[in-house]
Ligand binder design. Structure first.
Ligand SMILES: [Zn+2]
Length: 300
């Protein structure tokens, strides 16, 4: 039951990344709390671990611009991923700087994949005479053929979402083609399709989800130990210990953290809950939890 709910929530925010990553270690900038960025890093780590081990190379999640599309502001790859909302999956290209480090570090963050792909195709039809790009012909190609076609034509595409510019370099021509983008259209489209928005989840909920992910990675041998994970995530080992201790909470409490009333859960911090997770008796845990919920509500 809990496991299913966790998967549901994780599924809502899961980003699938298709770009290689060198496993760099970043200094702990997020000591105070486990932020969305750290959570996102965990998502990326999970996926990358899968890829590196050759377990999954799911073509379905590749975008036609994968490995060609770059953020002009950070000079980083923009990687293809998707977010699931209700029953719809939305595709995005997200700057690796925003994924690996901090969303605030990149002014672009992410852009709707379908919008940018269509825009690039329109432009390519204009600057290239390759017949595979002709609309009917293009539609008849499968995703892999489309990717192959674009990679043979395009060296790279740089996107500057601040200035509203696209710079396209073709393989057989040294010119850097520059185009203006209708920024307003891109932005409003992004707003309506909605970015994966983890800030909306209460911190304690995100932390518990992360704890489960960490547990999963350790169980599957995707990470050696907490020390290694702490390095990857750029947080201290102590902080990770505190986060993973949430797994000692009894199932009922965990379920309430995942499914409970957002406003109530939002008021409870990891530090407040820490004494509960060292309590071995589940009944004691539950009565302390109930007390906590009511007092937090009163004090607010
Ligand atoms: Zn960027």
């Amino acid at each position: 039951m809990i496991q299913r709910n966790i998967e549901r929530i994780l599924g809502d925010h899961r980003l699938v990344c298709g770009v290689s990553y060198e496993g760099k270690v970043y200094p702990g900038e997020h000591e105070a709390f486990l932020s969305e960025e750290v959570y996102n890093q965990a998502q990326v780590l999970l996926k990358l671990n899968k890829r590196e081990r050759g377990v999954s190379k799911n073509k379905k999640f590749d975008g036609i611009l994968s490995r060609l599309f770059r953020c002009a502001c950070c000079h980083a790859s923009m990687c293809h991923g998707y977010a699931k909302k209700k029953n719809n999956a939305y595709r995005y290209y997200t700057c690796l700087t925003a994924l690996k480090r901090n969303r605030k570090d990149c002014p672009i963050k992410s852009v709707s994949a379908s919008v940018i792909e269509n825009k690039c195709l329109d432009i390519l039809r204009y600057i290239s005479s390759d017949e595979r790009l002709e609309k009917e012909r293009w539609k008849a190609l499968n995703l892999e053929e489309q990717i192959t076609a674009l990679r043979s034509l395009v060296r790279q595409i740089n996107y500057d979402g601040q200035k509203g510019k696209l710079y396209i370099e073709l393989t057989h021509d040294s010119h850097k083609h520059e185009f203006d983008l209708p920024l307003a259209a891109l932005k409003s489209r992004l707003r309506t399709t909605g970015e994966p928005n983890l800030e909306q989840e209460p911190p304690i909920r995100r932390q518990l989800l992360l704890a489960h992910q960490i547990q999963q990675m350790l169980d599957k041998g995707q990470a050696k130990d907490l020390n290694q994970l702490a390095g990857w995530l750029g947080v201290s080992k102590t902080r990770l210990d505190q986060i993973t201790n949430l797994l000692y909470l009894c199932p009922k409490i965990q379920e309430e953290i995942i499914n409970g009333d957002r406003l109530q859960i939002e008021r409870i911090g990891e530090r407040t809950i820490r004494p509960l997770s060292v309590e071995i008796d589940w009944q004691q845990q539950i009565s302390a939890w109930k007390k906590l919920l009511s007092s937090e509500t009163l004090s607010a």
